[in-house]
Design a binder for this molecule. Structure first.
Ligand code: ATP
Length: 504
């Protein structure tokens, strides 16, 4: 059974070294997390699985790694300067700041109902309620007070200001000169790096439509209320594809990607039955979107929340960058027989005329993926002897440690020498991390490796080195299976193949 609460996951992540609070020794920094020894392995494995499936296993994809800090013009003409904002309200009593929709959603049912009633809306249509509050800031401020909306921090009814937009981009100065133009933005999505390199990739690879560009990287959002562990953070990582296609074929490609992404999640142990597909209502669409499917995973404690967005971004971004470059005089007005102005076009596969392609964008968060994968893998079992064990039943390709090699006696050289040699041999097979584990007694080692999801523990004992009771067991080791707890004696000479076959 998956994790029942977020607390269970938070506690496991801290205890076993998956995830730590950022800047913890100075009291922590809200919305920033550090990935520990096991977290970095799991994260890398998730990213590798995504890259393998979306880049290596397709013939219509290229990869990219663009810079994080971007020219302010990119984010101006992508629409982010003007619209990448969430509505915020302040409580004048204690100067605490909240995201308007989060503030209302966190109220008790009767308070939510009162807010809706005063606004002439319903709680069921929450998006419309938030839109109404936003549209009339003066009334919203009054309604929040009248309905008795409480501040989560003080527990008291707040003295709420009018909601106003808060831009979530991080601005940063560039270089030593402090003139007002020498700044850039930390990208709020990796996508813009793909759009700005569209022509570079096309020119250097001779791609024709349809094809995609994939990128994994950090993005930054100055969330008003970062919360729920790594679900909503200010420094996040995204796995994004911009898939470029001929206008008119976009809706079919949108369906294609919806299907592909759901089966990818399934292969990571996140089943379709736990994901609801939200066809995002028109009024909630991002400024660039023609249509968006949000994949809503059923997170413990939180319920259904977005794990991935699959947007039809139409020709919005390439079109906008092209148009604005022309306006800025950065590119010449070009080509006959076309309305498009310049650079970010590609020949139509049939007519050969320049066309601004449409774009389908599957965009998944690595941090939210970690949380879902951990949540599905988390299992509490009662053993035959009545003891409880926690085991992470991760898919083997995601497990941070693939095999732990454990010497039964850590101060007996004949045993440790063999164990170290086995570790080195298995490590050489390219399975991922193989750990030489001599940190505690065997029972503790098994418990620890169950909790971190190690599929196999290999134990080297006295029999292995011919000093046990059964000479027939010389040159064999015990392999313990994480899920079934079965223990099998395997010849050292066959161990590599035995494990490889099962980790596949
Ligand atoms: P939300 O509505 O939850 O704020 P969003 O619609 O703004 O998310 P997108 O802009 O579609 O998110 O970003 C694509 C993906 O990036 C999301 O599906 C999510 O997995 C991830 N993501 C976005 N914002 C955050 C965040 N603050 N923390 C962690 N992951 C995030």
């Amino acid at each position: 059974m998956p994790a029942q609460s977020m607390e269970e996951l938070v506690s496991l992540c801290k205890r076993r070294g998956f995830i730590f609070q950022g800047s913890e020794i100075y009291g922590g920094l809200q919305g920033f997390y550090d990935y520990g020894p096991l977290g970095v392995e799991l994260k890398n494995n998730i990213k590798a699985a995504w890259w393998r499936s979306n880049v290596y296993e397709r013939d219509d994809m290229e990869g990219l790694d663009a810079s994080i800090i971007m020219h302010r013009m990119v984010l101006r003409h992508s629409g982010h300067e003007a619209t990448f904002s969430d509505p915020m309200v302040d409580n004048k009593k204690n100067n605490k700041r909240y995201r308007l929709d989060h503030l209302v959603k966190d109220q008790k049912a009767d308070v939510q109902a009162k807010v809706a009633e005063l606004m002439g809306e319903s709680v069921e249509n929450f998006a419309a309620l938030v839109a109404a509050l936003n549209a009339n800031p003066a009334r919203a401020s009054q309604v929040l007070r009248e309905a008795g909306v409480r501040d989560a921090f003080s527990g008291e009814v707040g003295e709420w200001t009018e909601p106003k937009p808060f831009n979530m981009m991080f601005k940063t100065t560039i270089g030593p000169v402090a003139d007002e133009d020498s700044y850039g933005y930390l990208r709020p999505e990796t996508a813009q790096g793909i759009f700005t390199n569209f022509k570079n990739v096309v020119d250097s690879t001779s791609r024709r439509l349809p094809f995609g560009i994939a990128q994994i990287g950090k993005a930054f959002r100055n969330e008003i209320t970062p919360r729920n562990f790594i679900f909503r953070v200010r420094e996040l990582e995204q796995m994004e594809i911009e898939f470029f296609c001929v206008p008119g074929t976009d809706e079919d490609w949108h369906e294609h990607w919806l299907e592909k992404r759901l089966s990818w999640w399934e292969a990571q142990g996140v089943p379709r039955s736990k994901i609801e597909i939200l066809d995002v209502p028109k009024e909630d669409l991002a400024h660039y979107s023609k249509r968006t499917y949000d994949l809503m995973y059923d997170y413990p404690t939180l319920g259904h929340e977005e794990i991935e967005g699959i947007a039809n971004r139409s020709d919005y971004d390439l079109g906008s960058h092209t148009k604005n470059q022309a306006e800025l005089g950065l590119v010449a007005q070009v080509e006959e027989n076309t309305d498009s102005i310049a650079k970010l076009t590609i020949p139509h596969p049939e007519t050969n005329k320049p066309v601004v392609p449409f774009v389908i964008e599957p965009s998944a968060g690595v941090d939210r993926a970690m949380l879902a994968v951990l949540s599905e893998a988390f299992t509490k079992e009662t053993l035959e002897n009545g003891n409880e064990r926690i085991v992470l039943k991760l898919r083997p390709h995601l497990a941070p440690i693939k095999v732990a090699v454990i010497p039964l006696a850590r101060n007996r050289e004949e045993i440790t020498t063999v164990a170290k040699a086995i570790k080195a041999e298995l490590q050489g097979l390219g399975l991922g991390r193989v750990l030489y584990e001599d940190s505690g007694n065997i029972g503790k080692a098994y418990r620890r490796h169950d909790e971190v999801g190690t599929p196999y523990c290999v134990t080297v004992d006295f029999d292995t080195v011919g000093k046990g009771e059964d000479p027939a067991l010389t040159d064999t080791v015990t392999v313990r299976d994480r899920d079934t707890l079965a223990q099998e004696r395997v010849k050292i000479s066959e161990l590599g193949g035995w494990i490889q076959a099962r980790l596949r």
